[in-house]
Write a protein that binds this ligand. Structure first.
Ligand SMILES: [Zn+2]
Length: 136
């Protein structure tokens, strides 16, 4: 296993109705990525979908991917694409459950949002993950 320093929380910055398959197509076709952007994606109904084994490196945070596990919920923007924390209750519950399990596995890892990394000019994940998960 690689060394995990960060458990990073993201949003997809799409409508909550967006299908995971179309997000994956965007990564491959538009961005030319061989690996997915996140290890886990949480659907509005709370289902956690694994896109990549955590032993492998995903494309969540430029410069920090080798030491990160990337987790995202579908959503994070309003209909005008303005950042909005629109997590459903099942999404909130699943995120908490997943982060708790990963933190048990990697006790030294820091839980923070994408926007908490240096020089990130995004609102992702549209809420203060550091604060919300400080006691996990
Ligand atoms: Zn992000």
């Amino acid at each position: 296993m690689r060394t995990i320093k960060y458990l990073v929380v993201h949003c997809t910055a799409t409508s909550q109705k967006t299908a995971i398959s179309s997000i994956q197509t965007y990564w491959k076709k538009q961005l030319g990525w061989k690996m997915p952007g996140y290890h886990f994606i949480v659907k509005p109904d709370g289902e956690v979908v694994s896109l990549l084994p955590i032993e492998q490196v995903s494309n969540g945070v430029k410069g920090f991917n080798h030491e990160s596990i990337n987790i995202s919920y579908i959503g994070g923007v309003d209909p005008k694409n303005i950042p909005q924390d629109n997590r459903t209750l099942p999404q909130k519950a699943s995120l908490l459950q997943l982060l708790t399990a990963l933190k048990q596995k990697f006790p030294k890892a820091i839980i923070q949002g994408h926007r908490d990394f240096p020089n990130v000019k995004k609102a992702c994940p549209s809420f203060d993950a550091k604060k919300e998960y400080q006691n996990v």
